[in-house]
Design a protein around this ligand. Structure first.
Ligand code: AMP
Ligand code: MG
Length: 417
């Protein structure tokens, strides 16, 4: 006789995320790393600029620095009184002359515009006229082709803030104001394991030798890859057998040197699901039924000093709950401030006639017409949907979608960058 299932009320995603983040206190142990090594790390300081960038007004073209008002006559030959390459300071521009100038070189005092060399006719020095000269074919506008001092960064500006995740461009910006090292949050140490006696490893068992009921462990691959993309130090504990003693031992060992223990599978409340009693025997656990689809069962708890998160076993559920809940949790542990990517509004080029009481995350793909196509099979076991798709439509609970309706789209790269 099976018992009547206990119905836990469904927990809205926003409530679950807020509860989770309330536990995600930033880890201690900020480190100083070379700016070269800081890509993807979370900045643990405000970067204040000690200088203007650019430091001087400078030329954005190869050409001639001029006084614009002296260039009204395209027939007039203006002597070239000096030559200013990038990295050198010129002298004040003598009246009635121009300066040969190159991209990045400081504008000499007195000049108020740059004429690009394509708009000039140049003449070499001649006997009786010792300097080269140019004719300016087009009357320049005052200020043209000059990059202004401080137009990128002004001295005293906070160019990057504590909690920002560093991108290749932010490393360049930090370098542009002189930071060769940066203070960043520690990497999160994550122990990862999969539960399920049906799981076997690709490479260990050939497809032809698979026993009935066996499946390859796919979650382990994408979870590990996503953790690595988020800069975590991953200890992969492999597959833990569906036994209470084995599950307890794995959890206990993992709790020593890790900030987070992440598991997939075994968080439903079936008889083969040993995560719940194992975590409870060592610490505390809340089993949640999330009001999202895919991805209903989800667990948060603690084992010793380590956080515990149990993801559902179904691959797409595991994948989606990682993006929606684990990713922001990991960023919050690093003091991150931008925890979720912003959705984009795009038209649905599909219909979704059946509303669900749970908020749905549909696997879709952008098409050439600027709309979204739907992957036909939205089952939580069909991992193809996450590869065919290039993002998720966040469809509120109880909503149907008609062709052309605006929907909220979150591209996968925004999550996985
Ligand atoms: P569970 O959450 O353990 O009840 O598993 C739900 C479904 O996901 C079952 O069909 C499992 O076989 C499958 N599953 C669990 N873990 C994995 C995994 N690591 N890789 C692929 N499928 C899995
Ligand atoms: Mg299982």
């Amino acid at each position: 006789m099976s018992q009547a299932p206990v119905r836990t009320p469904l927990k809205p995603l926003d409530v679950a995320l807020a509860e989770l983040l309330a536990h995600a206190l930033p880890l201690a142990g900020n480190e100083r790393v070379s700016t070269f090594e800081a890509d993807g790390r979370v900045l643990a300081e405000d970067l204040v600029s000690a200088l203007d960038v650019p430091a001087h007004d400078n030329s954005s073209m190869d050409g001639y620095a001029v006084r614009a008002a002296e260039c009204g006559d395209p027939q007039a030959w203006l002597p070239v009184s000096q030559r200013i390459p990038a990295g050198f300071n010129g002298e004040a521009l003598a009246t009635g002359t121009v300066a040969r100038i190159f991209t990045g070189a400081p504008i000499p005092a007195g000049a108020d515009a740059v004429v690009m060399q394509e708009d000039c006719t140049a003449r070499a020095a001649e006997a009786g006229d010792a300097s080269p000269a140019v004719q300016v074919q087009k009357m320049p506008q005052s200020g043209q082709w000059i990059r202004r001092r401080g137009e990128d960064v002004a001295r005293g500006d906070v160019v990057l803030r504590h909690g920002e995740r560093l991108s290749p461009a932010s490393l360049g910006l930090a370098a542009s104001i002189g930071f060769g090292e940066l203070s960043v949050a520690p990497r999160v140490r994550v122990a990862l394991f999969s539960t399920g006696d049906e799981l076997v490893m690709p490479g260990e068992v050939a497809p032809a030798d698979m026993k009935p009921g066996a499946i390859y462990n796919s979650n382990r691959f994408f979870l590990r890859a996503m953790l690595q993309r988020l800069g975590c130090v991953v200890t992969d504990l492999g597959i833990v057998p569906d036994r209470l003693d084995a599950t307890t031992a794995a959890l206990k060992g993992a709790s020593q040197q890790h900030d987070l223990i992440l598991t997939s599978g075994g968080v439903s409340v079936g008889e083969e699901d040993h995560i719940k009693p194992a975590v409870q025997s060592l610490g505390e656990l809340s089993l949640w039924q999330l009001a999202i689809k895919p991805g209903k069962p989800f667990a948060y708890g603690r084992v010793g000093a380590a956080h515990f998160i149990g993801l559902p076993g179904n691959p797409v559920s595991s994948f989606v709950t990682f993006l929606l809940l684990v990713r922001p949790f990991l960023l919050a542990l690093q003091g991150g401030t931008e925890l979720a990517p912003s959705p984009i509004t795009l038209p649905a080029h599909f219909v979704w006639p059946k509303a669900d009481k749970r908020r749905e995350f549909l696997r879709v793909r952008r098409n050439a017409a600027g709309g979204l196509d739907l992957f036909a099979n939205q089952s939580s076991g069909v991992l193809t949907s996450a590869v065919w798709g290039d993002g998720l439509v966040d469809n509120p609970a109880g909503r149907t979608i008609a062709h052309g309706d605006p929907v909220q789209f979150i591209p996968f790269p925004a999550f996985l960058a």
